[in-house]
Design a protein around this ligand. Structure first.
Ligand code: FAD
Length: 507
């Protein structure tokens, strides 16, 4: 702890991508950090994204050049820091007569290729859909497409890896811990923390607060001001549906819709296709956001406009919804509100420094954290230099083109693993997969199997190292094994975790 024992330099409120990214950067620069997350890490918006590390082709239409340039540059930075959970994806954009003209698409993609930061990702090319495999699942009226590059990310794991690295660098990560009140007294912030499991409250003291509560950012501000009238963000709900695999190749589709919106159809977890997203203004508690039947029908219809085999709401095997906390720039339509982030410092060293994070994308979280640290340094004084650009996230310390070799290496070391199992572990944990497997010489050494290829050793690791405290944490955020387990198996996983929970957590 800095110069005032018992007082953290920084209290970060919110364990989404922005809070965890800031906590990691700050801890690495030598600040003492406490991060409080009221539920599980990534339980808010950061596990409900489309999971793209992308420049955002559509944002060019809204002239968001700063954001697009920064995002395009971040793609390869993030990919090289976490090549197990981030990888390149080719996007097929069919030309649709009557919608955006081909010249406009080509111009947008030319800018996209040349705005900066593309060194490893291949450039745009034109496809003849009558010949290319990408044309096979599509209706024959789509004859031409453009194919360009962006990246895919396991969003929830990106959050956890940032928290893990922050903790390894000294940050305290307190999950199931809600900040319910704050006041500035005798030169420091006093925050009231409520443990959501025990209902006990305690006080934490910090010199600086970062409010990274995502869609709850205004609610956190209300708990200082005592007013419910705080309104800096516009809440916009977006939903996704998951259906059984609609096509065999590994590229993704980006479909234009007659309403001007776009919908992605992305290969997902081997056996599935992810389709999203919608854009609807939202009121209420972001934690209650759920997909409506109208959204399911909208997404199914958008995909059916392109695929030969129609998609019906009955085909949906899973869906999820999340709320974007967009900085309120008075745009009339939800899809037009800025996707850029805004950092606003309130207060000063003497009267309570508080940095509010509004908006942001998964893609820009690392740059957002650097921006936040610049603001914090202005208050707390400089401790260390920016360092995250060239530092791998946990498990990501292997070359960007080294994933297949990592899987082979794991399979050589643990020959009893089925190929899909070795691949899944390598994707989730990268070089840390060996920590889960330890000295195991057979599947039996991994302990009880909960279903599919989820074994006790992995669940134990997630509980001990990654703050997992419920079946939902394990099955839907740390892994996506929930897609493969039957209800009874999910119940058994929950019972196991409840019986083996430690009294304390990693905080
Ligand atoms: P959150 O992830 O919501 O984190 C805030 C956290 O604060 C929550 O976990 C919450 O529990 C916690 N919290 C709130 N109040 C308190 C309190 N009082 N005490 C303690 N904790 C508290 N971006 C991309 O780059 N690529 C995409 O493909 C993409 N797709 C998207 C699709 C959709 C449908 C949506 C909604 C967003 C998408 N985004 C995408 C944007 C991106 O997901 C968000 O900008 C980002 O996840 C926001 O992260 P955050 O940390 O600010 O918020």
């Amino acid at each position: 702890m800095a110069d005032n024992p018992g007082v953290y330099d920084i209290l970060v409120i919110g364990g989404g991508i922005n809070g965890c990214g800031i906590a990691r950067d700050a801890a690495g620069r030598g600040y003492s950090v406490l991060l409080a997350e009221m539920n599980d890490l990534a339980s808010g918006t950061s596990s409900g994204s489309t999971k793209l590390v992308h420049g955002g082709l559509r944002y060019l239409e809204h002239f968001e050049f700063r954001l697009v340039r920064e995002s395009l540059r971040e793609r390869e930075v993030l990919w090289s820091n976490a090549p197990h959970i981030i990888w390149p994806l080719r996007f097929v954009l069919p030309y649709h007569k009557g919608l955006r003209p081909a010249w406009l698409l080509r111009l947008g993609l030319f800018l996209y290729d040349h705005l900066g930061g593309r060194e490893l990702l291949p450039p745009t090319r034109t496809l003849d859909l009558r010949r290319d495999a990408a044309g096979q699942p599509l209706k024959p009226l789509y004859a031409k497409a453009f194919e360009y590059s962006d990246c895919w990310v396991d969003d929830a794991r990106l959050v956890v890896l940032n928290a893990l690295d922050a903790a390894d660098r000294g940050a305290v990560i307190a999950t199931r811990t809600e900040v319910v009140g704050m006041r500035f007294a005798a030169g420091v912030w006093e925050a009231r923390l409520s443990d959501k499991r025990s209902r006990n409250t305690r006080t934490a003291r910090a010199r600086h607060i970062v409010n990274a509560a995502g869609p709850w950012v205004d609610r956190v501000l209300s708990c200082i001001s005592g007013s419910n009238a705080v309104k800096n963000v516009r809440l916009v709900k977006g939903s996704h549906i998951v259906v059984r695999k609609l096509f065999q190749h590994d590229r993704c589709y980006i479909f234009q819709n007659a309403d001007g919106r776009i919908v992605f159809a992305i290969p997902y977890e081997g056996d599935y296709t992810l389709i999203g997203t919608t854009d609807e203004d939202f009121r209420g508690d972001p934690g209650d956001a759920q997909i409506s039947y109208a959204e399911k029908a909208y997404l199914a219809a958008a995909a059916s406009e392109y695929f030969v085999r129609p998609v019906s709401p009955d085909d949906i095997v899973w869906s999820y919804s999340a709320v974007r906390p967009l900085y309120d720039d008075d745009a009339s339509k939800a899809q037009e509100a800025t996707r850029d982030y805004v950092l606003k410092q309130a207060g000063a060293p003497g009267n309570g420094a508080l940095l509010n994070v509004f908006g942001g994308k998964i893609t820009t979280y690392r740059r957002l954290a650097e921006g936040a640290l610049e603001e914090i340094e202005g208050i707390l004084g400089r401790r260390g230099k920016p360092w995250t650009k060239d530092t791998p996230l946990p498990g990501g310390d292997f070359p960007v083109d080294g994933f297949d070799e990592l899987v082979r290496d794991l399979a050589r070391g643990f020959p009893f693993l089925a190929p899909g199992h070795a691949r899944r572990l390598a994707h989730l944990y990268g070089t840390l997969a060996r920590q889960i497997l330890g000295s195991a010489e057979s599947l039996a050494d991994l302990g009880r199997c909960f279903g599919s290829d989820l074994y006790e050793a992995e669940v134990r690791y997630l509980m001990a190292r990654e703050w997992a405290m419920s079946a939902e944490d394990v099955l839907w955020r740390r892994t996506k094994c929930g897609l493969k387990l039957a209800a009874q198996e999910i119940g058994a996983t929950e019972a196991y975790i409840a019986a083996n929970k430690r009294g304390d957590d990693r905080s």
